[in-house]
Write a protein that binds this ligand. Structure first.
Ligand SMILES: C[S@@+](CC[C@H](N)C(=O)[O-])C[C@H]1O[C@@H](n2cnc3c(N)ncnc32)[C@H](O)[C@@H]1O
Length: 205
């Protein structure tokens, strides 16, 4: 699908995106186990910036946060005065696959709540941008529960087999050549709705 059409769908979700209490804890949980002091963190399909802002706890030198949707990025930037006063995060409106980053330049790649929109092509690109030993952290929806519908259904590439358990989630990373892959189920109880994803952590060889 054309990137402009895709961006327009997400532009339409931007105004109320942060009212969804699911995405912030997912992003926080992805970042929590990562080591401090990375030079460059990439936030792939950053949306309103939950993972980019969460990454500031790692005390990175730089964060590059990329998303197709200018409306989502506007929401992200609007939080910078409070959450990133020193301007560590750069925001870029662009396709996130391939990431606009040099080969083997990144210490950390984050992708929160977005892999299902990017498809299998994300994995070789994450291998490309991560330096050896660099860390990958992404969330992925369960194949047992994920039923894309409405305007989002055409945005989901058909080339990714969504995992049914933690072993299959970790295998997404290990079969793409990452090492030390692990996955755990992460559940957010939003009161009227309980939602789960798999959190996957792995290392570039
Ligand atoms: C469900 S939101 C997740 C946003 C954020 N990572 C979070 O944790 O809340 C999915 C995001 O993916 C972005 N997106 C989808 N396809 C993309 C692509 N090919 N390149 C860049 N961004 C994309 C959308 O614009 C949207 O902001």
């Amino acid at each position: 699908m054309d990137h402009d059409v895709r961006a327009a769908v997400f532009d339409g979700t931007a105004e109320h995106y942060d009212e969804d209490t699911f995405h912030a804890p997912v992003a926080e949980a992805l970042v929590a186990p990562l080591p401090s002091g990375p030079e460059l963190v990439l936030d792939v399909a950053t949306g309103t910036g939950f993972a980019a802002y969460a990454a500031l706890r790692l005390k990175p030198s730089r964060v590059l946060a990329v998303d197709l949707s200018t409306a989502m990025l506007a929401r992200a930037r609007a939080k910078a005065a409070e959450l990133d006063p020193s301007g560590t995060i750069s925001w870029l409106a662009a396709p996130a696959v391939p990431m606009p980053a040099d080969d083997h330049s990144a210490d950390v790649v984050l992708c929160a709540s977005s892999l299902h929109f990017l498809g299998a092509a994300a994995f070789p690109d994450w291998r490309r941008v991560l330096r050896p030993g660099g860390r990958l952290a992404f969330s992925v929806v369960s194949g047992a529960r994920f039923k894309p519908s409405g305007p989002f259904a055409p945005l989901v590439p058909g080339d990714l087999r969504f995992p049914h358990d933690e072993a299959e989630a970790a295998a997404l990373a290990s079969s793409a050549g990452f090492v030390d892959a692990s996955a755990r189920t992460f559940t957010v109880d939003g009161g009227d709705r309980v939602r789960s994803v798999f959190l996957v952590h792995a290392t570039a060889p």
